[in-house]
Write a protein that binds this ligand. Structure first.
Ligand SMILES: *[C@@H]1O[C@H](CO)[C@@H](O)[C@H](O)[C@H]1NC(C)=O
Ligand SMILES: *[C@@H]1O[C@H](CO)[C@@H](O)[C@H](O)[C@H]1NC(C)=O
Ligand SMILES: *[C@@H]1O[C@H](CO)[C@@H](O)[C@H](O)[C@H]1NC(C)=O
Length: 561
């Protein structure tokens, strides 16, 4: 009897990791990944480095991959797209970079018809990769925990960044948006091939953070996306963010041309020269001139690599394209201190214990952000942001205001407008809004700092589970909640409905009511609030936008150079 029991157990354990895909047939050929054990009867099939397009030509749209014979061993991440390093002293990556990775959860039986979540990484349209930020072992964007705990297929994709991804003349000669076309090619590949991996091609959700979040929004607004996917999540960035659109692409292209020795008065000669230039030199020419802004200007001015209105993929100003997004369910939110990182560069005293931030610092920052308007804008914005200070403001109150200004301007207000435009245009699709405000885990920051830019990702990708020693149980609670809301949304279009239990119902954002969920480790019924920072949203969308514009002087300066 005991023997029989042992035998049954042994057979059971042996098949505990039995369900795995093995070799999968894709349109380009066969691929084989690796099966990772997650628990009893739970594995995740991981495929790394599957090509979704051929090696792209310089400033050309991605082309179909010619395919391969035999079995492609999809067990290693491929190169990131050519970009400058974090320290900007050299480049890394390759032009041969259009690859994606797939994470498929398995139980005892092979999974079929799973919802699919496609991740677009962030990095200011300049840096980043589908396998970025390997700090403790796996990449930050490793999809195993999300796939396993949420019961979805996770796909992460590469796209071109920097000069090779986004340089544009603003016309047909160099239309730009190459990185967006790469994303589109990747999503289309997923749609055509994911069924062979057990995915449901009609249930694709895009999600992304920062420049990846703005990219998600751009994909929603493009007429090329009609029927391609179903839902979208933008975390800390939308197409309306001031850093997400390059409105003077030719002056940036001239700047790059000057740096690589291609500046000519005849633009066509200049473009021919650029096209023949070495990709590494072109990429280096796109690095940030941080020294240039110290003392004059703000970090935002440095973010020059960005999508453009090309009359094709992005046919018009993003705010005029929300009718294209009417059928996609949309979830969007920001971190409560998304702007803190940028504020710390623009106004360093906010992070210094022994220094106070002055009224002049605050006015200087506002002047930098509102350059398109006259000095009246500085006075009006200053009034809006200092009205709660009282006559002798606490130093920390002034410092936090600086972070709030950047968060509102770069992230929060544009996200609220995008949510409204989506809800107002929706034809049956739903809209959800959140504010992630978990206290920062970055040591050394002042006490008033809440959730820094990108701090949401570690929880969504389940790091408190995969590297438990550096987290506390409360972090695992948060991780569990986020994975549940996100994957429920991918399954049903409603974050509160699906296979995963959530701690509180999250009501939809509509034309009439604007609820949002406060996301941290203690989510309860009282985590639902209304009208996120509506006084400030109203300030920027009404009072500020009615102020007269300045003719931009820098552009003329550029012309003269
Ligand atoms: C719908 O979106 C368009 C842009 O496509 C925008 O101009 C319009 O105001 C939106 N509709 C409503 C009712 O807000
Ligand atoms: C900062 O301001 C506070 C009061 O507002 C003052 O007590 C303190 O001395 C100031 N610190 C510095 C370094 O100026
Ligand atoms: C969306 O519609 C509401 C209600 O009609 C309106 O108050 C709001 O201004 C609209 N938002 C945008 C951005 O058009």
């Amino acid at each position: 009897m005991l023997l029989l029991l042992l035998l049954v157990l042994a057979v059971g354990l042996n098949s505990a990791s039995a369900a795995k895909l093995g070799v999968v047939q894709t349109e380009g050929g066969q691929v084989q990944g690796q099966s990772h054990r997650m628990g009893l009867f739970r594995t995740v099939d991981v495929f790394k480095g599957i090509p979704f397009a051929d090696v792209p030509g310089k400033w050309e749209k991605p082309k179909p991959h010619p395919g391969w014979s035999g079995i492609l061993e999809a067990t290693k991440y491929r190169d990131r797209c050519l970009q400058v390093t974090l320290l900007q002293t050299k480049t890394r990556g390759s032009e041969d970079c259009l690859y994606l990775n797939i994470f498929v959860p398995q139980g005892r039986k092979l999974a079929t018809n799973l919802p699919v979540m496609v991740y677009l990484f962030g990095g200011a349209f300049m840096l980043g990769a589908s396998n970025d930020a390997a700090i403790l072992g796996d990449s930050l964007y490793d999809g195993k925990e999300m796939a396993d705990r949420g019961g979805v297929i996770v796909v992460s994709v590469n796209y071109r960044v920097g000069t090779l991804g986004f340089l544009s003349t603003g016309d047909a000669r160099l239309p730009g948006n190459y990185g967006l076309w790469d994303q589109h090619a990747a999503i289309s590949w997923v749609r055509r091939n994911i069924e062979a991996f057990g995915g449901h091609p009609d249930s694709i959700t895009l999600f992304g953070q920062s420049a990846g979040a703005a990219s998600v929004n751009f994909q929603m607004l493009s007429p090329y996306s009609k029927g391609l996917f179903r839902r979208a999540i933008s975390q800390c960035g939308v197409a309306l963010s001031p850093w997400a659109l390059q409105t003077t692409p030719m002056s940036f292209t001239r700047k790059i041309a000057r740096k690589v020795g291609c500046l000519r008065s005849d633009e066509d000669v200049m473009l021919t020269c650029l096209k023949m230039s070495d990709p590494v030199g072109l990429t280096m020419a796109g690095k940030l001139d941080v020294l240039l802004i110290l003392g004059k200007g703000v970090v935002m001015d440095l973010m020059e690599h960005a999508p453009v209105v090309d009359g094709d993929f992005i046919p018009d100003e993003p705010s005029r394209l929300f009718h294209h997004a009417a059928r996609f369910d949309f979830m969007a939110g920001v971190n409560s201190m998304d702007g803190h990182m940028f504020a710390g560069v623009d106004v360093p005293s906010i992070n210094q214990k022994n220094a106070n931030t002055t009224v002049e610092d605050v006015r200087g920052l506002l002047a930098g952000l509102t350059k398109e308007k006259g000095s009246a804008a500085v006075a009006s914005a200053y009034e809006a942001y200092s009205s709660h200070w009282g006559s002798f403001p606490q130093p920390d109150v002034v410092k936090k205001t600086v972070a709030d200004i950047e968060t509102d301007f770069l992230f929060l207000v544009p996200t609220q407008i995008a949510l409204q435009l989506h809800a107002n245009n929706s034809s049956g699709a739903r809209t959800f809004s959140y504010l992630f405000n978990m206290k920062t885990r970055i040591p050394g920051f002042p006490r008033w700092v809440e959730a820094e830019h990108a701090e949401d990702l570690q929880y969504l990708f389940g790091k408190p589970y995969s590297t438990p020693l550096v987290y506390f149980p409360r972090h695992r609670d948060l991780s569990k909640h986020m994975i549940a809301y996100w994957t429920n949304f991918a399954k049903t279009g409603d974050p509160s409905k699906g296979d995963s239990r959530v701690p509180a119902a999250w009501p939809a954002f509509t034309t009439q009511r604007r609820p949002y969920l406060l996301i941290n480790h203690q989510i309860s019924k009282s985590s639902v609030s209304y009208d996120l920072r509506s006084d400030y949203v109203r300030y920027w969308t009404q009072t500020y936008s009615r102020l007269p514009s300045n003719k931009r002087e820098e552009e003329e300066e550029e012309e003269g150079n």
